[in-house]
Write a protein that binds this ligand. Structure first.
Ligand SMILES: [Fe+2]
Length: 146
């Protein structure tokens, strides 16, 4: 009944695992006048992502599912785009983050919907928390560039 939910949660997990390294990439390669702000903000973001990865995996385990826990499987499944090991300007970094955060908002909303359909309020609540954090982050990033 809720296999679709579990599959989607595992895909979300795979994408977040790839996203973790992508945020480190930006943390290391960001250049320009906003370096200090973005460098430290990105550190908070990959820290937050690590805790999302852990709690999504542990929720899957609590539901009797097997979370994706190796990079090869994560990369095979993941749909988010990685970036190359090259410098990136502050403006491009913020643009990329805004694009990715919009993606996370849609993806997170989709899981909330599936969890609600499956009558799984605990999973819905967990992802609603992420949703609120991503919406706040989007507001902050858009304020930063406007
Ligand atoms: Fe660092």
């Amino acid at each position: 009944m809720s296999n679709k939910l579990y599959e989607k949660m595992n895909l979300y997990l795979a994408n977040q695992e790839v996203n973790y390294l992508k945020l480190l990439n930006l943390h290391w390669y960001v250049k320009g006048r906003s370096f200090f702000t973005l460098h430290s903000r990105l550190e908070e973001l990959y820290g937050h992502t690590a805790s999302v990865i852990d709690s999504v995996a542990e929720r899957l385990l609590a539901l009797g599912e097997s979370p994706v826990a190796n990079m090869q499987s994560a990369l095979n499944a993941a749909t988010i785009k990685e970036r190359s090991d090259t410098p990136i300007s502050s403006d491009e970094t913020v643009e990329l983050l805004i694009t990715d955060i919009r993606y996370w908002i849609n993806d997170t909303q989709e899981i909330v919907r599936l969890a609600e359909e499956a009558g799984d309020g605990v999973t819905a609540d967990q992802f609603n928390d992420y949703l609120g954090e991503y919406q706040k982050l989007l507001w902050m990033l858009e304020s930063y560039v406007s």
